[in-house]
Design a protein around this ligand. Structure first.
Ligand code: GLC
Length: 479
């Protein structure tokens, strides 16, 4: 990718602000693309007031523009920060982004329409002249749509290719299809409304799939799964329509950040050679959470949103039976009230075996990755999933259901090059028997330590995936 210019546009990016896996990916993929190629790489982001003040103070003011969104003329400041070969641009408008959360407002459609429009204007203002514009999830889905409807004759974009990545098809950005609302909120005319129209609503993800040159998902298996209604959350017809331009590329993780030999969140650091020290993390976590201290009890960890599609129904369906075993279980996450309540109640009943922490806590999550022997991720669907990779890096053996990125990253120990435990059937009994298989293997400590080392050896870094993205960019540029 010599002399190529790539612009990423996304709504989250570590370490500035993130609420999930998208933030991890945008925090590491652009840097990897920059270091693996000659390309110049920029990332466009909203300047949320939620940005950590440490980072806010490092931003440099670049300039300001007026962005036209339908009849509104809005201020947009541009700030920048450079790091590891990537220039990050932050688009500022307090009316839209001075909020206590990232998403979940009545005007999310307008907020991210503004961001999309401002991003295209910023590309012109900053003279970035990109060959590739790579957008992520529905919050940036109007970028390729506006490029078609509002910037069609702008010579800067004539040869630019637009790539759209689906991190999770569940969240599509669905709004009213009332033509006047479309015009008033998004500035999309009656004439162009068909680009967004889907099943009687305006669907931003559909518009992005329609108007991008390439659509990607974050694992090859998920790219196939979303062709079926079971996984597509209603978008299956559109997925079918764009099948010819759909590819799946598995995410990686930032190996420097997620590193048991350096991670300051851990009680004791270790690597493959000193993996026998990992157990000290279990002891310290047991103390911290007031669980019986015992090195020989297998500790099962779970760090997850407590929602149905993460497989919580299965966990709920087998938990009481599992708690009969010699085992300790630590769960961390927030989510559906009924799951939070159910597991908290169970904690009262099984106080010496189960800890349930209802919180989003990155520091504690890494303590759990470090301390656990087994990591549970029985998702119903999983576009990619990063936790199974992080757990592996920390020598915590994953148990996953064979879906999406879980199927693409973890193979059962019964198979050649196995690196975890997997099951296919979406049932509590299938999960329970897989967990029991792992618990029984755990009894043979020598065999278990070999498994731990095997799991730690798998390279889940970005190198391979970044190469695949670069190859895909080259291919789309030839079209
Ligand atoms: C979404 C998906 C998750 C994926 C992440 C990063 O959060 O649900 O599976 O790992 O995006 O692509």
């Amino acid at each position: 990718m010599e002399d190529k210019k790539i612009v990423f546009i996304a709504s989250e990016c570590q370490p500035f602000f993130a609420s999930g896996g998208l933030g991890d990916v945008i925090g590491s993929l652009p840097q990897k693309i920059a270091s693996a190629s000659e390309a110049s790489v920029s990332v466009l982001l909203p300047l949320y007031s939620k940005i950590n003040p440490v980072w806010r103070n490092k931003l440099l003011y670049v300039g300001q523009m007026t962005v036209q969104l339908a009849w509104r003329k809005q201020y947009c400041g541009i700030f920048k920060y450079e790091s590891k070969g990537v220039t990050y641009y932050f688009l500022d408008n307090e009316y839209y982004f001075k909020r206590s959360n990232f998403y979940g407002y009545f005007d999310d459609g307008e907020r991210f329409a503004f961001f999309a429009k401002a991003s295209l204007d910023a590309i012109l203002f900053l003279e970035l002249k990109p060959n590739i514009v790579h957008c992520h999830d529905w919050q940036t889905g109007l970028v390729p749509v506006y490029r078609r409807t509002h910037y069609g004759d702008n010579p800067v974009f004539t040869r630019t290719k637009f790539v759209f990545t689906i991190h999770n098809i569940e969240y599509q950005g669905i709004f009213s299809n009332d033509l006047d609302v479309l015009e008033d909120t998004f500035g999309i005319s009656h004439f162009d409304s068909h680009l967004l129209e889907y099943k009687g609503s305006s669907n931003i993800m559909k518009g992005a799939m329609e108007t991008s040159h390439i659509v990607t998902t974050v694992s090859p298996t998920y790219a196939k799964e979303i062709l079926s209604p079971e996984y597509a959350h209603g978008l299956e017809h559109e997925v079918e329509r764009v099948k010819h331009k759909l590819v799946g590329i598995l995410n990686g993780i930032d190996k420097h950040f997620y590193s048991p030999s350096k991670d300051r969140a851990l009680f004791v650091n270790y690597n493959q050679k000193s993996v026998e020290n990992k157990v000290e993390n279990k002891v310290e976590l047991q103390k911290m959470l007031n669980l019986p201290v015992d090195k020989t009890i297998p500790l099962i960890g779970m760090v997850s949103r407590l929602v149905s599609h993460k497989g919580l129904d299965l966990v709920k369906g087998m938990m009481e039976e599992l708690l009969v075993e010699k085992v300790q279980i630590v769960m961390l996450g927030t989510g559906d009230i009924h799951f939070e309540g159910y597991f908290k109640d169970l904690e009262n009943k099984f106080g010496s075996k189960l800890r349930v922490i209802i919180a989003y806590n990155p520091d504690l999550s890494r303590k759990i990755y470090g301390a656990s022997d087994i990591f549970l991720m029985p998702s119903k669907s999983e576009p990619c999933g990063l936790a199974q990779m992080i757990a592996s890096r920390y020598g915590t053996v994953p148990i996953v259901r064979e879906t999406g990125g879980l199927a693409d990253s973890i193979k059962d120990f019964n198979l050649e090059n196995g690196n975890g435990y997997t099951f296919a059937e979406y049932s509590p009994s299938a999960l329970l028997s897989t967990v029991k298989r792992a618990l029984s293997d755990y009894q043979d400590q020598d065999g278990w330590m070999k498994k731990v080392k095997t799991v730690m050896e798998v390279d889940f870094g970005w190198t391979k995936s970044a190469k695949e993205y670069l190859k895909m960019y080259e291919q789309v540029l030839k079209q």
